[in-house]
Design a protein around this ligand. Structure first.
Ligand SMILES: [Ca+2]
Length: 209
């Protein structure tokens, strides 16, 4: 592969900053503590693909900051692969859009999960069967649930996103992600054994009384 060809492919796929002053950039907010994070931007197809690995030190609130979004009415598609290395199983995975002050995104700010999107993108996941949506008035919120992502597994999400107007409220903006976790089977076994001990102790006390 020639150097020129490799450079062209990299530019086409949007790897790196490529030197353009207003290139869309996605940054992990300090404190999120992802074990790994990367992304690609396909400007021609209007698709952003996010790759995240959540480890044992990852925050329960992971924030990604979107800088220099290409504002306009055309919806983009977010594809996201999240690898769970936390040691716990996830039973739901929530997404919320936040304004530049990290407050909720109301209905009239132009920032949304593209409920009026053109084109309209389905909201899907390969691990969660159901989706709770709240985007009528005071926030933009997607909660994928009814499924399990065990530690060691990767879950895929896809949904639309629009940020129509460049204002101080929505440039930059944030995507907040929160996973609800339950302990792994081994931890459950310990917990159940613990409950058994408590029950035994209570029965002993009752018998003595
Ligand atoms: Ca909004």
């Amino acid at each position: 592969m020639s150097l020129l060809f490799k450079y062209s492919v990299a530019a086409l796929m949007g790897f790196g900053a490529a030197g353009a002053a207003s290139a869309l950039t996605v940054v992990e907010e300090p404190g999120s503590n992802l074990a790994a994070f990367s992304y690609t931007v396909d400007a021609a197809a209007r698709v952003i693909t996010l790759y995240e690995t959540w480890g044992v030190n990852t925050s329960t609130d992971v924030l990604l900051k979107f800088i220099d979004w290409p504002h306009g009415y055309t919806a983009w598609r977010i594809d996201k692969y999240v690898t769970n290395e936390t040691g716990a199983s996830w039973t739901s995975f929530r997404h919320e859009l936040l304004q530049s002050d990290k407050g909720s995104s109301p209905d009239d700010d132009g920032l949304s999960f593209a409920q009026l999107g053109n084109p309209h993108f389905p909201r899907t996941s390969d691990k969660f069967l159901d989706l709770y949506v709240d985007e009528v008035a005071h926030r933009d919120y997607l909660d994928f649930y009814n499924g399990v992502v065990a530690s060691g597994e990767t879950v895929f999400f896809s949904y639309g996103l629009t940020n129509r107007r460049e204002t101080d409220a929505t440039e930059p903006f944030y995507l907040r992600q929160t996973a609800d976790a339950v302990p792994e089977a081994a931890t459950w076994a310990l917990l159940i054994a613990g409950f058994g001990m408590v029950g035994f102790a209570l029965r002993r006390r009752a018998a003595i009384a």
